[in-house]
Every structure is written in structure tokens, then in C-alpha cells.
Design a protein around this ligand. Structure first.
Ligand code: ZN
Length: 308
């Protein structure tokens, strides 16, 4: 079965301002890498705009209004120090969330086994009533609630290997045992959450890794803490917050991962998905700020999504 690639040109147009690390070139680099003949089996789909009802499964209506009303007609509007909107940002944020829910629908319907959403703005720092850390709507959290409420799945697993803790996703599911959330991340680092004793309703696993951690520590955290817990949860769908900023070349963090580590973790997650979820996986782009490392790491990740 095939792998879908959800994206849209407006995802490139979202512009948080000059000199911002979460820049349009990131998505250009990822899409250029996926234009390689090795990815010709990827089935491309246009990301639809998520209707408000989908977004409001995670976010307070007042917060959704706040974001959409603040989209500027020209120039920039900042909703926090580093979370900034340009005229294209409202549509980009709606289509980023819609990519995820569209991918969930397609994978649950059996149109494909796996999907990758090449979208921005990213989502995992966005809390139910607060955007932050370059994120407006929590795309992966919206996907999980959509999978439960619309597709009728009973257990959804989310694994976040972005180098920053997915505080927004954790906040969304803190008291929701129908969703399992696991994150490996550099600690301490922005946003400051993600200690090992943050367990929610027993459905949350955090693997904080000290700065300078490399492949061995990352793989050990996955094998010892995250993969067994995900396996016991028996997810009917595996969602991935795929940030590639734990790469050694990334300028925003100090981990030492390589492209191969992102391929490795994707293959391990695929094994769990094969056991419990008929192989179903939906992944979305989160961080990754060195263009070459980002492109190579995303390619390694999507290669393993396609290998199922
Ligand atoms: Zn990150």
C-alpha cells in the first residue's frame, strides 16, 4: 500500500519575519528532497483547510478567534516573542491542521497505510488556549482527537522526537487516557517542561536527555522507555511529531543525532504500528532548522514510512 504526502503551496508562504529560523526555505528543502526519484511512489495530496470544529476539539473557541482575527492584511503580528503571523499564516495554519485530519481519514479508510504531512507552521508547542514556540494550532493533537471522535478509534499513540518537548500535546492529553503521548527531547531546553515525572493520567512518557546526547542515548530511551510503553498501549493508529532538530547540525539545540537515527526510530515505530494498528502511521513535520540536515533527515524518515 502507498504512502501519502499532504502539503500545499501556502505552507511555504507563511512567514514569521526576517531572520526567523522557522522559515519558508525549510519546507522548500524538505519538498526538494522528496522530489528525488526514490520518492516517486509517494502519492501527493493537497492539504485541505481544517474546519473550525476539528480545531476546537483541542483549542478553546476564544483562542481560535484570537488567532484568526489577528492575521495581518500586511506586515506581521506577533502573538508571543517568537510566534509571528504574516498574511498567509491563517490559511497555512488551517491547512496544516487539515493535512493531518485528511491524512487520518485516508489512512483509517485504507486509502494508504502511512502519510507524511509536509506542513508549517508546526504545532506541538501550541497549548489548548495559547500559541507559542512558532506554533498556532496543535496539528498532531487535532489529528488524535479527530481519529478518536470522527474515525472512532479507541486508542491513539503519539510519539514526538522533536528536540523540544511537545508541551502543547502533553497539555491537550494530560487527563485523556485514550491518547498515549511520548516525547524524547533535550532537557533542559525550551519550553522547560518534559521531566520524567510528568506522567499525566499514566498515559504520558517523557524521556529528557541531557545536552550532548547522541545516538546511543536516544536509542536507549526509545527502546527502554517509549517503545515498550507504546506497545503495551496497543495504539490503533501511530501519530508522529517529526521534528529533526535533534540532528547534530541543528543550530537551535545540542543533540548529536544523525539522519540514520531518524530512519531507525521510524522503523521501530513501524514495528509497533504493524503489531497493533495494521501499520497505520501519520507523521507531521515539526522542527528542524539546518536545511541540509532537515532535508536528509526527513528523507530518511519518509523512506521508512514507505517501507511498510
Ligand atoms: Zn523543536
Amino acid at each position: 500500500m502507498s504512502t501519502l504526502l499532504f502539503t500545499h503551496p501556502v505552507e511555504i508562504e507563511h512567514d514569521p519575519g526576517p531572520g526567523h529560523p522557522e522559515r519558508s526555505d525549510r519546507l522548500r528543502a524538505v519538498l526538494r528532497a522528496l522530489d528525488d526519484p526514490a520518492f516517486k511512489r509517494l502519492e501527493r495530496r493537497e492539504a485541505p483547510e481544517a474546519p473550525r470544529a476539528q480545531i476546537e476539539r483541542v483549542h478553546a473557541p476564544r483562542y481560535v478567534d484570537f488567532v484568526l482575527k489577528n492575521v495581518p492584511k500586511s506586515g506581521y503580528v506577533a502573538i508571543d516573542a517568537d510566534t509571528v503571523m504574516s498574511p498567509a499564516s491563517g490559511e497555512a495554519a488551517l491547512r496544516a491542521a487539515g493535512a493531518l485530519t485528511g491524512a487520518v481519514d485516508a489512512v483509517v479508510a485504507g486509502a494508504a497505510k502511512t502519510a507524511f504531512c509536509a506542513v508549517r507552521p508546526p504545532g506541538h508547542h501550541a497549548e489548548p488556549a495559547r500559541g507559542m514556540g512558532f506554533c498556532f494550532f496543535n496539528n498532531i493533537a487535532i489529528a488524535a482527537r479527530h481519529a478518536r471522535d470522527v474515525a472512532g478509534l479507541k486508542r491513539v499513540g503519539i510519539v514526538d522526537f522533536d528536540v523540544h518537548h511537545g508541551n502543547g500535546t502533553q497539555a491537550a492529553f494530560w487527563e485523556d487516557p485514550t491518547v498515549f503521548f511520548a516525547s524524547s527531547h533535550q532537557y533542559p531546553l525550551y519550553p522547560g517542561t518534559g521531566a520524567a515525572d510528568e506522567r499525566g493520567a499514566g498515559n504520558i512518557v517523557n524521556v529528557p536527555l541531557p545536552p550532548g546526547s547522541g545516538s546511543a542515548a536516544f536509542r536507549q530511551g526509545m527502546e527502554r522507555d517509549i517503545l515498550p510503553a507504546l506497545d503495551s498501549f496497543r495504539p490503533e493508529l501511530v501519530l508522529i511529531s517529526a521534528g529533526f532538530d535533534a540532528h547534530a547540525q541543528d543550530p537551535l539545540a545540542n543533540m548529536e543525532l544523525t539522519e540514520a537515527d531518524f530512519g531507525w526510530v521510524t522503523a521501530r515505530l513501524r514495528e509497533v504500528a504493524d503489531r497493533h494498528a495494521a501499520g497505520r502511521m501519520v507523521s507531521t513535520l515539526e522542527g528542524g532548522y539546518d536545511l541540509k540536515a532537515l532535508a536528509g533527515s526527513a528523507a530518511a524518515h519518509v523512506t521508512e514510512l514507505m517501507a511498510g
